[in-house]
Write a protein that binds this ligand. Structure first.
Ligand code: FSX
Ligand code: SF4
Ligand code: F3S
Length: 359
């Protein structure tokens, strides 16, 4: 059996890249510089956890962004610190040999299960089959034997685009079908690779998974709203908005709220960790956040280019349309601003189904 999936990606990281990747992940985890040697040591010396990676209903963007990112240190580091025993996209094995690899690990070793993609449940799950079995059956067979499940991407976490109305295949996220195995959700469509890497490195360094929110998302990556650490926030607070894409306010870098930014309702670290080696994120390049880390965002965050309808100022009871946002109304309070969409995204944050290991 292959200890690690043979693949045709780039060669292993050199020492400099290894340390750089660990340092980036440690920063994303919110660890102090003093902890970096401990993270590096854990990554270098720990027994590599076996990982089974299953693909169901998805676009494979999660894998592509993770392993072929324009930040090669991150993708290579992930492959260096885990033993990837089964991964349909990059493994060289095929057919019966691939199935044998899967069953050898599942039946004989502890392993972390990574799920990418939603699971269709309608008509007994016939809309996604691999090796003659439905995704539902494969999940039911493999999930109970896993140490923990990492649901990578919004599809695996919450159903994603497959579950958007009218959800023709009855697609759901992993946590709707699995109840007895700890689940860590790493949503995003696709998610930032650093959030996955940080989760694995936390597990290697501290022997436990990071603390989670009520939606089973690691708090280090999903603990704060986009809006609360956005570089355009000063424009929002001063009532300076882009009115339409391409206008003079867009060129001046004003707030994108009126052209649909869902940052006020979205929990993610995008403005801080940014993406790839170009150090950009959607809002920094002039596009609003579409809320891709939140459950049901294809339904609840659309239309993507229309603003959230109402703004509430906590402690004052003031609720106003975006047109009235500005110095005058914000001067009424020093406690901050909450945005409330018509669809109750905020409410969904208190409806988590289960808790998994805490830090
Ligand atoms: Fe889903 Fe992953 Fe969106 Fe795609 O494969 S989270 S469709 S970008 O990337 O599962
Ligand atoms: Fe940033 Fe969007 Fe909030 Fe404006 S509405 S400050 S662009 S997150
Ligand atoms: Fe997604 Fe919004 Fe970040 S769209 S990538 S959560 S900025």
């Amino acid at each position: 059996m292959a200890d690690t999936v043979k693949n045709n990606l780039e060669p292993q990281l050199n020492r400099r890249g290894f340390i750089k990747g660990c340092t980036l992940a440690a920063a994303a985890l919110g660890l102090s510089d003093a902890m970096i040697p401990k993270v590096v040591e854990a990554a270098a010396t720990a027994e590599r956890p076996r990982v089974i990676w299953l693909h169901f209903q998805e676009c494979t963007g999660c894998t592509e962004s993770l392993l072929r990112a324009s930040h090669p240190d991150i993708g290579r580091l992930i492959l260096d610190i885990i033993s990837l025993d089964y991964h349909e996209t990059i493994m060289a094995a095929a057919g019966h040999q691939a199935e044998q690899n899967l069953h050898d690990t599942v039946d004989n070793h502890p392993f972390i299960l990574v799920i990418e993609g939603a699971i269709p449940t309608k008509d007994n799950g016939i809309y996604c089959k691999i090796a003659g079995k439905t995704a539902m059956d494969i999940l039911a067979e493999v999930a109970p034997k896993a140490t923990a499940i990492i649901a990578i991407g919004t599809c695996a976490a919450f159903g994603g685009i497959q579950s958007a109305a009218p959800n023709p295949t009855g697609a759901v996220g992993v946590q709707d079908l699995v109840s007895d195995t700890p689940i860590i959700n790493i949503p995003g469509c696709p998610p930032n690779p650093i959030s996955f890497l940080g989760t694995i490195l936390h597990y290697l360094t501290f022997k436990r998974f990071p603390a989670l929110d009520k939606l089973n998302r690691p708090l280090f990556a999903y603990g704060r709203r986009i809006h609360d650490h956005c570089e355009r926030r000063a424009h929002f607070d001063e009532g300076r908005f882009v009115e339409q894409f391409g206008d003079k306010f867009h060129k001046l870098g004003y707030c994108l709220y009126k052209v649909g930014c869902k940052g006020p309702e979205t929990f993610s670290n995008c403005p801080v960790v940014r993406f790839n080696d170009v150090d950009a994120w959607p809002v920094s390049v002039g596009h609003g956040c579409i809320g891709c880390t939140e459950p049901n965002f294809w339904d609840t965050m659309t239309p993507f280019y229309e603003r959230l309808p109402m703004i509430k100022i906590p402690a004052t009871g003031i609720v106003a349309s975006a047109d009235k946002i500005g110095k005058t109304i914000l001067a009424a309070t020093a406690v901050g601003v909450g945005i409330h969409g018509a669809v109750g995204i905020g409410r969904s944050l208190i409806k988590g189904k289960k808790q998994t290991p805490e830090a």
